[in-house]
Write a protein that binds this ligand. Structure first.
Ligand SMILES: [Zn+2]
Length: 337
């Protein structure tokens, strides 16, 4: 039987963060109503860098304290419903300023590897402790912010030290080389999960950790463009009011990217975000894997994407599949391997 695992990156926007209620609380509650309807327990990758920063600020700032409490209460409620809380890190927050209740974002520390090892150790240690206090359950899984795990050369040592058994930072067979996001997941093993030691993109059957990569579907660029800009052209207005980090490209690079987009096969992730949700049934139907890993972000949720999510889940649930959290999949299927 195929197992579907839904992972949600629980985080604010990294350009203009937006407010906590409309970026995290409201869309997560809306998503949760639908998951509860189908008795699905997702895995939340919680950006602990943001939470730790908010906690630090909340000592002297009431707005930060209110936001922190809103988030912790929501996460506690979700953990009580057996949602799985796991580790996600966007280092930017530690270097960003909060002045007159407004964020002034740092853009020099986007990737995990932009931090020194002492700092990474601090976030793993205190981030895990924070999640443990909220959920009363062990933290065993990690996803690097922006998928940039490779930027940190010794990540496997942190995984060993802090009991991280699963990583989910890889997007199979994709490469990114933008101003902020740099990774090279070329020639990813084709399995839906595999063991690794010090390289998350290479199988090592003696390794201590499992990689659960996001498996992107390669699609004809013309078909993709037709569907995206004609069939699914409706406005997916989000609940959130923030903005993603902006990548500034030269005109030459913009034209080059447009040409590549029109000629090269398009990689589409199994995602429930905004307009991407329209492609998920197609990816689900084509997937032969025994585990189908899905990604989403509350901040990218819209009323229209929720409607589509509801339709997809009612379809998937009839197809001899089950939904499981990452922790439970590890506990029941992998722990003794
Ligand atoms: Zn993230």
């Amino acid at each position: 039987m195929k197992t579907n695992i839904i992972t949600l990156d629980y985080e604010m926007f990294l350009g203009n963060p937006g407010d906590v209620y409309s970026t995290l609380i409201l869309p997560t509650n809306k998503l949760s109503e639908i998951f509860d309807k189908y008795n699905i327990k997702p895995t939340l990758f919680v950006d602990v860098a943001y939470l730790l920063k908010l906690k630090e600020l909340s000592i002297n700032n009431n707005k930060a304290l209110d936001d922190y409490n809103l988030i912790v209460n929501q996460l506690k409620n979700l953990a009580d419903k057996e949602y799985d809380l796991q580790l996600h890190i966007h280092p930017q927050w530690f270097f960003s300023d909060y002045i007159d209740n407004m964020w002034s974002m740092d853009y020099d520390h986007y990737s995990l590897g932009d931090l020194d090892e002492k700092h990474i150790d601090f976030i793993f240690k205190h981030g895990i402790k924070l999640l443990n206090n909220i959920s009363k359950k062990p933290v065993i899984a990690f996803r690097a912010g922006g998928y940039t795990l490779q930027s940190c050369t010794n990540y496997h040592l942190f995984f060993k030290k802090y009991g991280i058994k699963i990583d989910s930072s890889v997007i199979s067979n994709t490469i990114s080389n933008t101003q902020y996001q740099k990774y090279n997941y070329h020639n990813t093993p084709s399995y839906c999960f595999y063991k690794f030691d010090n390289d998350c993109n290479t199988e090592d059957i003696e390794g201590d950790h499992f990689e659960f990569p996001l498996k992107a579907l390669k699609m004809n660029p013309i078909l993709y463009s037709f569907l995206r800009y004609f069939k699914y052209r409706y406005s997916y207005k989000k609940y959130a009011n923030g903005k993603s980090i902006e990548i500034v490209n030269s005109n030459f690079k913009k034209i080059k990217q447009l040409l590549i987009q029109l000629l090269k096969k398009k990689s589409i992730m199994p995602s429930i975000d905004g307009v991407s949700i329209n492609f998920i049934k197609r990816i689900f139907d084509k997937s032969q894997s025994k585990v189908f890993l899905i990604i989403g972000h509350p901040k990218n949720t819209s009323p229209l994407s929720l409607e589509q999510l509801d339709l997809f889940l009612s379809y998937a649930i009839q197809k001899e599949t089950k939904f499981e959290s990452l922790t439970n999949y590890y506990k029941y299927e992998l722990k003794n391997n």
